[in-house]
Design a protein around this ligand. Structure first.
Ligand SMILES: [Cu+2]
Length: 287
């Protein structure tokens, strides 16, 4: 394939990616697509805010880069030795120095305020009332999930539902450390032996810890990425606002099989949740 042909093929696939990214449907799988250039479609209000923040940053950094490039080009053209044979002997310009200090400070503050606000949104588990007030989501109940990492899989407890020790091993991939070879239609290296199941529009308090080294529980569509630290319990939260299957991975390098500890979450209706959690409670009863 010629360079020009591969370049136009690349441009076409990038264009397709953007079109596909725009056309989110309720039945979306929470996985990355081939040639994906943007975030996965958000499934929680926090992730929606992360996408919004990212878009603001993109506009700012593009404008700054274009401005600096334009200045560079102008100076190369206007002040080269040919067009400006006698250089200026100026060493100071107080007005200019104030301007190029104050404007970047204002830009940094514009970046810092939404950034820190987002950080606290993720960090502090809100009440259902606060979720309603902040995001306009009618929250249908609260629950807690505890995720415990170990080399190399996750284990889940549902303290409110009598489920303890539900393990979730990699279930589709190369069999080196997955339970089975990936078949057609499987989410290779993302499928787990047991999926986490949560009801839609429910405030989930997620507690994360580890039995050995540091891992991280990460779910891109939820905007959740939290370290699993041995001897500590860290906490975050999410409210998934649409049903579907969502996939993430351990996101802290934790050893030789780090790439084989995926995370799969099914967001289902309240009725389906009750059925599935009862099945899980029978299989993994609290001891
Ligand atoms: Cu890990």
């Amino acid at each position: 394939m010629s360079v020009r042909k591969s370049a136009s093929a690349l441009a076409a696939s990038v264009a397709t990616t953007f079109v596909l990214a725009g056309a989110a449907t309720a039945a979306d799988l929470g996985v990355s697509r081939e040639w994906q250039m943007v975030f996965q479609d958000p499934a929680t209000p926090v992730m929606e805010n992360i996408v919004g923040f990212h878009n603001l940053m993109l506009v700012l950094i593009t404008a700054i880069s274009a401005f600096v490039l334009a200045l560079l080009l102008y100076i190369m053209w206007r002040f080269n030795s040919k067009s400006n044979p006698v250089p200026s002997k100026n060493t100071h310009n107080t007005t200019l120095e104030v301007i190029w200090t104050v404007i970047p400070i204002i830009i940094l503050v514009v970046m810092a305020i939404p950034s820190l606000r987002l950080l606290y949104e993720q960090d502090v588990v809100p009440t259902p009332e606060l979720v309603q007030e902040r995001y306009g989501i009618q929250v249908d109940g609260e629950m807690t999930i505890k995720a415990t990492a170990f080399q190399w899989a996750w284990m889940y407890d549902y303290p409110d539902h009598g489920v303890q020790g539900m393990d979730a091993f990699c279930a589709a991939g190369p069999t080196t450390y997955c339970l089975a070879e990936a078949g057609p239609g499987d989410q290779r290296l993302l499928e787990t032996s047991n999926r986490v199941v949560v009801p839609v529009n429910t405030l989930v308090r997620l507690q994360v810890t580890s039995q050995d080294v540091i891992h991280a529980w990460a779910m891109p569509a939820f905007g959740v990425k939290l370290d699993a630290v041995p001897g500590r319990i860290l906490e975050t939260w999410f409210v998934a606002t649409r049903e579907g299957s969502f996939f993430g991975q351990c996101s802290e390098l934790c050893g030789v099989y780090h790439g084989f500890m995926p995370i799969a979450v099914d967001v289902v209706s309240r009725a389906e949740f009750e059925t599935r959690i009862a099945e899980l409670a029978a299989m993994y009863p609290a001891f």
